[in-house]
Design a protein around this ligand. Structure first.
Ligand code: NAP
Length: 329
């Protein structure tokens, strides 16, 4: 493609307003083999995007002038020769997904008018979802929820009778977990601030805990749930103290599944992963997960949508491309 395009590129380290600059850059090369060129209509941002802007130094050669952003939705405007005619993600298809980390690392982020990606990375947008919902619903948050459910042993472990706690239930990842687990039949307790309780209950949570109202929170959880222990605790916040106290409210055969590693808790996380019980390790299984966005994950999310397990994608606000830096994460 010869045309230039607009993209938000990294100019400094820091929060989006400081780090990003809207520039005219070269559009991606035409798709080769089994690639597709997508005209991006919507991008969704995650805490990971913010961390990438703040933490990775801008003097690295791959970052200078690189477009950022992982999640996207849009329309396929050109397809490589190996994308079969009539493919559901071929030319003209409305698609969505999350870019792989290497693509973003080398500057092909989704805060741009076009991206060239492997066709296997994208899935068709669900009927009637539109671009905003699809960008938010098939990207990092839902794909992370998928790997958490997989780490719990899959859908079969979250059916009727299962008891699940979701910490950070009102967030991008937590709101998906609440829906999927409750629609599978599990009894879900959500943890977030009181102002979001009603919203999370509408998504399917049976009970809510306000983490701001109880100090220390593990003591409250022990009192409230000691006789109704959980099979799984999904931690989308990095609540190491809740893991440490978990023998009082997580079944011995249960698992604590965490995605948010606060660097301040690095030692605690390593202890959770490696410290044996006889040396004082917490006697509960601990899993720390890291997402690698992929088309396979997006297709698993598509199955949740097809099966009616994932229906709502929380959209707080939408901005035009020119105003993208006004997004607060
Ligand atoms: N490991 C990975 O591969 C991976 C992938 C995706 C995300 N993450 C990480 O996972 C975390 C969640 O991501 P997200 O996209 O869901 O973020 P998010 O949309 O910002 O949601 C976080 C939620 O946590 C709630 N919260 C804040 N402090 C809390 C606390 N002490 N106890 C309970 N809830 C609390 C907030 O709700 P209230 O306002 O209601 O309190 C907020 O809605 C982030 O740290 C992100 O970096 C990791």
């Amino acid at each position: 493609m010869d045309l230039p395009m607009k993209a938000w590129v990294i100019a400094h380290n820091g929060a989006p307003a400081k780090a990003l600059s809207l520039r005219t850059v070269s559009a991606p090369r035409p798709p080769r083999r089994a690639e597709v060129l997508v005209r991006v209509t919507h991008a969704a941002l995650n805490p990971a995007d913010h961390a990438y802007l703040k933490v990775i130094p801008s003097w690295l050669p791959n970052r200078w002038g690189a477009a950022t952003g992982l999640d996207f939705a849009g329309e396929v405007v050109a397809a490589g020769p190996d994308v079969p005619a009539g493919s559901p993600v071929g030319k003209g298809a409305k698609v969505c997904g999350a870019l792989s980390v290497p693509l973003v690392f080398w500057g092909a982020g989704s805060l741009a008018e076009y991206v060239t990606v492997p066709a296997a990375l994208v899935v068709p947008q669900p009927e009637g979802w539109g671009g905003a919902r699809s960008a938010g619903g098939f990207g990092v948050a839902s794909q992370t929820a998928h790997i958490m459910v997989k780490a719990a042993g899959g859908r079969g472990r979250l059916g009727p009778g299962a008891r699940v706690m979701v910490i950070g239930a009102s967030g991008g990842v937590g709101s998906v977990l609440v829906q999927v687990a409750s629609n599978l039949g599990a009894e879900v307790v959500g943890v977030c601030s009181a102002g979001n309780h009603e919203m999370v209950q509408k998504l399917g949570a049976a009970e809510m805990v306000d983490y701001t109202a109880h100090n220390p929170l593990p003591k409250h959880l022990a009192q409230e749930y000691g006789s109704r222990q959980f099979d799984f605790i999904f931690d989308c916040v990095g609540s190491h103290h809740i893991y440490v106290g978990s023998p009082a409210y997580l079944k011995p055969e249960g698992a604590f599944i965490n995605i948010a590693g606060d660097p301040a808790n690095a030692i605690g996380i390593m202890a959770g992963l490696f410290l044996p019980r006889f040396l004082g390790g917490v006697p509960r299984r601990y899993k720390m997960l890291a997402l690698s966005p992929s088309g396979d994950n997006a297709r698993e999310v598509a199955k949740w949508v097809q099966d009616g397990l994932l229906k709502e994608i929380l959209i707080d606000s939408e901005y035009s491309m020119d105003d993208a830096v006004k997004v607060s994460l």
